[in-house]
Design a protein around this ligand. Structure first.
Ligand code: SF4
Length: 616
């Protein structure tokens, strides 16, 4: 079927047809010539999710700046579209040209979430590309993957030809150079890419396991030496590409606004947080650079809102000055500024007051745990006084809707820590009623959300067991029964998908069998509650003879070697181990911008200096 036929006879039958059409304002259209390197940026989720992803926008723009590279986009088609495509034998196509992605030189997946792994397989299958790298031939595209989950690439080792570990802006350009020089010999091109820092080619390596099933080592097949892959990171964010114009979707996406990245990395060192460990060191853009990016993006897209994005936006060293700059620059226009990740301190509220003269939507805060003991275990560095001071400032400033995020199942959690969540929510409510009526917002609503803790690789909690699914359920019921005040709403996340997330986050390449079987049984969109089917997953594990609990629920000895140890994210295993031990003593570690804790990143990034952002 050609494009016209699909538009006429397929798209009217599916939901959100516009998300398969491409051709948005800002989409790149190039002429495909004989020498064009064709790259499909594959997002293994829907268009609405994928188009909100900043990494897609950066790499799409960056690759299309290279004259002989044409980067297009492809998303996972929703179930109704997939049915149509399979019935009518329409192969998965890219949005810009509608050409089948099987004809491209590269298909590159971004791995944001472990539960999207079956979508990776499903997209390859829909494209008609062999699922396993061992089954691909000279005419097949090179299948790449990167993103945060690639810090433990092993569960996808059977399916991916080339992983990029860490930040891809510079590595992707080097990969294109290597490909250009080895065009026509797929095997040689992939082997040559393995010499690039940050590139991992699983087919060149083999894994060995101990008799008890634990991981022993990953070695190069040719030399037998241990594999060691160092991540890539961009030393200076202002020296790499950042889009000055971007695609404006016709369809609603999760974040319909400009996203301006103001810094990368986070120095706080929360012990559960993978992003906080793997994206070190902290690197800020200057105020001038940020203002310039926003002005350009505003002019080229027409958006009326910017989100100042980072892992912890309130920690930007000049956040007050930056927001003042922006308020001043756009004083005469209705141009919104949003801060997606607030610090729990009253300064954040002062900044919010500054930027929210008109709109006063709710504020979101993440104390993460209900008791001080638990917050010390996770190194959150936030006290109850901080939280109450912050919400009091918010209530007197006119806010009346507070969302509080917590995690359940953190290491060392006791019943009193679960009940502590309810007690803290009540104290937030009490803080509202303590303010005289005439000085506070007319209404109040406190929303408590709990997520289920998933121990992640490259964090101080990589050794701990995940809580059992039935324990999570009991704790959720306990909290639900305790939060009886009508002004407090409680939302929780079902633990079942968190269990599978935990399995694949700390898995090894033996799990490839399970993923393949789950795919054969019809698994896709597993992160979507409506699509997730536990029986299917139980069967996939049973058919593969693999016990998921071995990966999710086992306390790992301190000297165990892990399948992801060969990936060097810059933070040393010794530091992570010491942090784990400190957590058991409920001892704190300071923010790395207040004092260096020798996590290893400064040795890793020799020659790099944090310019001026060491001081908070
Ligand atoms: S503040 Fe804590 S949770 Fe947030 S990004 Fe930093 S380390 Fe992670």
């Amino acid at each position: 079927m050609n494009k016209k036929q699909i538009e006429r006879s397929v798209l009217p039958l599916v939901k959100n047809p516009i998300t398969y059409q491409g051709n948005e304002v800002g989409a790149v259209h190039k002429t495909v010539e004989a020498g064009t390197i064709r790259y499909a940026f594959a997002f293994p989720d829907t268009y609405a999710v994928g188009m909100s992803h900043l990494g897609l926008r950066i790499l799409y723009g960056l690759m299309n700046e290279i004259a002989d590279v044409y980067c297009e986009r492809v998303f996972a088609p929703w179930i109704d579209m997939e049915e149509q495509m399979r019935d009518r034998r329409i192969p998965l196509f890219a949005l810009e040209t509608w050409d089948p992605i099987a004809e491209f030189d590269f298909v590159g997946f971004t791995l944001q979430y472990e539960m999207s792994y079956t979508n990776v397989l499903n997209m390859l299958d829909l494209a008609g590309i062999p699922l396993k790298s061992a089954d691909r031939g000279p005419e097949d595209p090179i299948i790449m993957a990167g993103g945060p989950c690639a810090c433990n690439p092993e569960p996808l080792a059977d399916f991916i030809d080339v992983f990029v570990i860490g930040e891809a802006e510079e590595a992707i350009v080097e990969i294109m150079d290597v490909y250009r020089n080895n065009r026509g010999d797929r095997t040689q091109a992939i082997a040559a890419m393995a010499a690039i820092q940050g590139v991992y080619v699983p087919a060149l390596c083999e894994a060995a396991y101990n008799a008890d099933g634990t991981f022993e080592a990953l070695r190069w097949k040719d030399s037998g030496e241990a594999v060691h892959i160092k991540k890539r990171f961009v030393a200076d964010l202002e020296k790499v590409y950042f889009p000055q114009q971007t695609i404006v979707p016709y369809h609603e996406t999760i974040h319909d606004r400009i996203t301006e990245e103001i810094f990368r990395g986070c120095g706080r060192g929360c012990r559960f947080c993978q992003a906080g460990m793997i994206y070190r060191p902290v690197r800020e853009k200057t105020r001038g650079c940020i203002a310039g990016d926003i002005a350009a993006l505003k002019a080229s897209t027409g958006y009326d809102e910017v989100s100042l994005s980072s892992l912890s936006t309130g920690d930007y060293s000049q956040i007050e000055g930056l927001t003042q700059d922006l308020v001043k620059a756009y004083a005469d226009e209705r141009f919104g500024i949003s801060l997606p990740s607030l610090r729990i301190d009253s300064l954040s509220i002062d900044i919010l007051k500054n930027i929210s003269a008109v709109r006063k939507s709710g504020i979101t805060l993440a104390p993460e745990a209900g008791t001080q003991r638990m917050r010390d275990i996770i190194n959150k560095g936030v006290t109850e006084e901080d939280l109450i001071g912050t919400v009091t400032a918010a209530f007197t400033g006119g806010w009346g809707h507070v969302k509080l995020y917590f995690m359940m199942g953190l290491p060392g959690e006791e019943t009193e820590d679960v009940l502590g969540i309810a007690a803290l929510a009540q104290k937030v409510l009490d803080a509202y009623y303590a303010i005289p009526k005439e000085e506070r917002n007319k209404s109040i609503k406190v929303v408590v959300s709990t997520a289920c803790f998933v121990p992640k690789p490259h964090t101080p909690f990589q050794w701990v067991a995940q809580d059992r699914v039935d324990n999570f359920a009991q704790k959720q019921q306990l909290l639900k029964g305790t939060l009886t005040n009508r002004k407090i709403q409680y939302n929780w996340h079902d633990a079942t998908t968190s269990y599978y997330e935990a399995v694949f986050a700390r898995g090894d390449r033996r799990l490839g069998k399970v993923l393949l079987r789950a795919h054969q049984l019809g698994a896709r969109f597993d992160g979507w509650q409506d699509c997730f089917d536990q029986e299917r997953w139980d069967q996939a594990f049973a058919d593969s003879g693999i016990d998921g609990d071995f990966y999710a629920n086992r306390v790992r000895p301190l000297d165990e070697d892990f399948p992801w140890d060969f990936v060097d994210m810059g933070v040393s295993k010794d530091f992570l181990r010491a942090e784990y031990q400190k957590s058991q003593e409920e001892a704190l570690t300071v923010d790395c911008r207040k004092g260096c804790s020798n996590c290893g990143i400064m040795d890793f990034s020799k020659g790099w200096r944090c310019h001026g952002n060491n001081a908070l």
